[in-house]
Design a protein around this ligand. Structure first.
Ligand code: CDP
Ligand code: CDP
Length: 207
């Protein structure tokens, strides 16, 4: 329908996808889905001993709000289950329905512009150097009380980047028509301003 408008925001860990997505969704009145939470929720289930494909099929939206899914341990578990084609397949319908809901949607992840919503009206691929991203994630984890070193966060980020890029099903990569946004030297405000310019250029004016 006329009110469908999808913004796909992909990129590696701690590039700034979530920050941009939340602010963009608030600004335009769109719904936001952090698709990483789906893989994190399945990853958490596997840490509890469940089989990943069964866990992906049993996933409920409520589960995404239960407990802190943004830990280093769950991030690693998420990237391991994200390699399994049947896990990814089990999560597709929910993400596609969300993307095409009326009123507009912002989805952030790794394969939104390439696999989940290749027809998205706007595609951004947000990046930053591994060192900058690791420092950002380190500060976040420390602020939440997680006990982890800078070195550990950097090696985790690099390991996850490699696994996400090299998998054969839905690897992380910019869609051909994605706009690249390197936030290495940008403040949150500056990155957001650039993202909004890209979106404004593609968004039909409100009547
Ligand atoms: O927040 P951060 O970027 O660190 O991670 P996330 O977006 O929560 O994603 C956690 C893991 O889930 C990633 O490392 C990927 O392996 C996987 N993922 C994916 O494969 N596809 C997506 N659309 C989103 C996340
Ligand atoms: O969603 P993703 O994992 O890509 O990253 P995020 O959660 O949006 O951002 C990770 C951290 O980096 C947050 O604490 C942001 O405030 C910070 N950040 C930043 O310092 N500068 C930016 N340009 C973007 C994000």
């Amino acid at each position: 329908s006329d009110s469908q408008f999808t913004i796909a925001i992909d990129g590696p860990a701690a590039a700034g996808k979530g920050t941009i997505s939340k602010a963009v969704a608030a600004r335009f009145g769109f719904a936001h889905l952090d698709t990483g939470l789906l893989y994190r929720a399945v990853g958490r289930r596997t840490l509890q001993g469940l089989e990943p494909i069964a866990a992906a099929h049993a996933l409920t939206p409520e589960e995404l709000e239960q407990g802190d899914l943004r830990t280093a341990e769950i991030a690693q578990a998420a990237s391991k289950v994200a390699v399994i084609p049947e896990v990814r397949a089990a999560l597709v319908d929910f993400q596609r329905a969300f993307a095409r809901r009326s009123g507009g949607a912002v989805l952030d992840g790794r394969d939104i512009g390439t696999v989940i919503c290749p027809e998205a009206e706007v595609k951004l691929f947000v990046t930053a150097s591994p060192e900058v991203r690791a420092e950002r994630r380190f500060l976040e984890l420390i602020a939440k009380g997680n006990d982890i070193s800078r070195e550990q966060v950097l090696s985790d980020v690099k390991e996850r980047d490699a696994r996400d890029t090299e998998r054969s099903t839905a690897p992380m990569k910019p869609a051909e028509d994605a706009v690249l946004l390197d936030t290495s030297d940008l403040s949150v405000e500056a990155a957001l301003e650039k993202a909004i310019k890209v979106i404004e250029a593609k968004k039909p004016a409100q009547s």
